[in-house]
Design a protein around this ligand. Sequence first.
Ligand code: FE2
Length: 339
Amino acid sequence: MKFLQFSFFALLLVISACNNPKELNIYSARHYDTDQDLYADFTAETGIKINLIEGGSDELIERIKSEGINSPADILVTVDAGRIWRAEENGILASVESEVLEERIPSALRHPDGLWFGISKRIRGMVVNPEKVEDPSTLTYEDLASEEWNGRVCIRSSNNIYNQSLVASLVETIGAEATEEWAKGLVENMARNPQGGDRDQIRAVAAGVCDVAVVNHYYFAMMLQGNDEDDKAIAESLQFVFPNQGENGRGAHVNISVVGVLENAPNRDAAVKFVEYMTNEKAQEYLTVGNNEYPINDNANINSTLESFGSYKSDAVNVSALGRNNPEAIRIMDRAGWQ
Ligand code: FE2
């Protein structure tokens, strides 16, 4: 009997080993070639095969919800804390506790209960025409609402999550009332009705439509690196600015690329391993050197384009505030008439 029991357990062990499929299903709203290299490297390192489903962030969240308990999704990858917040609100993320992650990721860049983790930083800063702006290094977000900037500002529409998160960060730091005043001033100062993406705002500065544009840093970096000769020449004539630096400045607004393990993940162990992998120095360099994002792991290198931007101070806002304040940010933008 004892022998039978023993062999029964041995058999169970064998079955569970065979059941470990060594696979990981990633639903990603990031569409970068460097991410493919990153996934290939993860597989080479761990033997865990990655199946990738790509889509828009909201579309993937809906899909995971409708797949419910049978969802094959282990990991959700997206950009912007405002977007991962929607996943959080929908209850599809699982809490992860990991010393590795707590050590490598500053607490402001991950969810307090481990529902999601920032894997890289993106700065929503400004691009100026240095010939038309006297001392760009002193620029603040607040300045853009002041009279001095009347008719000189380019920024994309209010339905863009990057802008919503910027406004949410202002709600957090200067309060809702001051943010609404600011938004009204900004709308008054716009050189044109919001149109196009961040790169279009940069092009508009070079074309003399405006003197300053609010943009994520990596768009300017990509233009400088120059797959497109015209864009390269444009970027070379302009300057990237980290706002709110000065001695008493609170620092530039930081957002994240972000991953979360899903509540119904069939391969949870592999999923946690993947999140940890994303924060190691090698993986970080795919994101920073290859994709112009800033590392969350300070030991990782950055590329020469980012080096050329110089060092900067970040605001201390915990990025989870960007989601929490998102509905209020949208209402403020609406009331300010930000199209
Ligand atoms: Fe982007």
